[in-house]
Design a protein around this ligand. Structure first.
Ligand code: CP
Ligand code: NVA
Length: 305
């Protein structure tokens, strides 16, 4: 059974296969075609945290492919009314694929290992593989002509940063993260990426100016992720020098694009003139969540158009 819990689960050739299906489906969508290639397939969405993009883009994706979706909120009692393992054993018999946004990554692992259908991580505190997949696809769409590519992450070494680090390594892009002390990507995680992709160009530094120098992509995310609301104030202080503003963007090459997984906070991790400015591709990124997830669902369920 194939699950997508992190991007370690996909080989470079498999990323390419998903992107090829995505490209085809996206072109057809633009031409007004929505081929029902997954008729009768059921997607369950098991969410312990709020979501706009992940939830709606997956639901729209499966509907456009001819299947249906069920949104399961906290009321199903995942891990409270019954164990996550029993939820997996039962739910996996009803549906074809499950997208799950758990509070803890370990619950997702325990759930998936007891599930007879594919489980996709719709964000955990450790990884956001669907976001990174859409981001890598967007980067190629925007900058596909470049021979080498450098992504500069500015901010918290969080779930999105971790997924982009392994995703960039698998795509052959170089990845540099600039974060304040205490908020950096774990050295052990970076070693895991290097072991999975020998020769991966991956770096953790402190200075955001050094990171964006020569970068083709400047990427940031919230300073306090879901579950870290109590640390909002202390994090705002620690990350103050990491705001992506026009001055920081001007230190990157003119061709550089700005990315953010959203939700975004103008005046915090990014200024409004950058988020809404000409280098920003945040809405293209968000749109690609749906297209790439269509490619992923078609690939996972073995139905290519
Ligand atoms: N980027 C992202 O995953 O957004 P949601 O939390 O709204 O799903
Ligand atoms: N790092 C953020 C991403 C939201 C899509 C969070 O985990 O809340």
């Amino acid at each position: 059974m194939r699950h997508l819990l992190t991007l370690f689960d996909l080989q470079p050739m498999e990323l390419e296969a998903i992107f090829t299906i995505t490209h085809d489906l996206k072109e057809k969508f633009a031409a007004g075609l929505r081929e029902p290639i997954l008729p009768g397939r059921v997607l369950a969405m098991l969410f312990e945290r709020p979501s706009l993009r992940t939830r709606v883009s997956f639901e729209a994706a499966i509907l456009q492919l001819g299947g249906g979706s069920l949104f399961l909120g906290e009321d199903v009692g995942f891990g409270s009314r019954e164990s996550v393992e029993d939820c997996g054993r039962v739910l996996g018999q009803f549906v074809d694929v499950i997208v799950s946004r758990t509070r803890e990554h370990q619950s997702l692992v325990d759930f998936a290992s007891n599930c007879a259908c594919s489980v996709i991580n719709g964000l955990s505190e450790q990884a956001h593989p669907c976001q990174a997949l859409a981001d890598l696809y967007t980067i190629r769409e925007q900058l596909g002509g470049l021979k080498t590519l450098r992504l500069a992450w500015v901010g918290d070494g969080n779930n999105v940063a971790r997924s982009l680090a392994i995703g960039c390594a698998k795509m052959g892009y170089s990845f540099v993260a600039a974060s304040p002390p205490g908020y950096q990507l774990d050295g052990s995680y970076l070693d895991e990426v290097r072991r999975a992709v020998p020769g991966a160009e991956i770096e953790q530094i402190e200075d955001p100016r050094e990171a964006v120098e020569g970068a083709d992509v400047v990427y940031t995310d919230v300073w306090a992720s879901m579950g870290q609301e109590a640390e909002k104030q202390s994090r705002a202080e620690s990350f103050a020098a990491y705001q992506v503003d026009r001055k920081l963007m001007s230190m990157a090459p003119e061709r550089a694009i700005f990315m953010h997984c959203m939700p975004a906070h103008r005046g915090m991790e990014v200024t409004a003139d950058v988020l809404d400015g000409p280098q920003s591709v945040v809405l293209e990124q968000a749109a690609n969540r749906m297209h790439v997830q269509k490619g992923l669902l078609a690939w996972l369920l073995g139905k290519q158009s």
